[in-house]
Design a protein around this ligand. Sequence first.
Ligand code: DQA
Length: 144
Amino acid sequence: GRLLIVNGPNLNLLGTREPGIYGSETLEDIHELCRSTAARQGFAVDVVQSNHEGELVDAIQAARGTAAGIVINPAAYTHTSVAIADALRAVALPVVEVHLSNVHSREEFRRHSFVSPLAQAVIAGAGVAGYRFAIELLADTLRS
Ligand code: DQA
């Protein structure tokens, strides 16, 4: 099977963007971690990153029929996007939401997520390992 890994706006800048909050690893490092983790679990991954809300909606819609589950870090759209949440509802695949930082220890506006109500699990504050945990959880879920 395949998993879709979705990363939202500004995550293309990882490695140089506020490293004290988001760490020194790059988006390519995350993609590599996702590929190797999924491969160990017997899954392939498709990866997408976009700074554009509609492109993220398109990628989620396209997962219907091609992916068995979705790992998503919607980044700032977590806190604003009804469209991304509705796209995730529409495809009705298991979703794990990931945030590199602990969004609950930061500004108040980061504590609300439009995605969390439809996510199977939310992993925040584990850094890039959060993507590994998310893939392992989805793989377990899809096997059972
Ligand atoms: C983030 C947290 C969001 O609040 C922020 O807008 C991001 C990244 C994270 O991974 O910690 O861009 O999703």
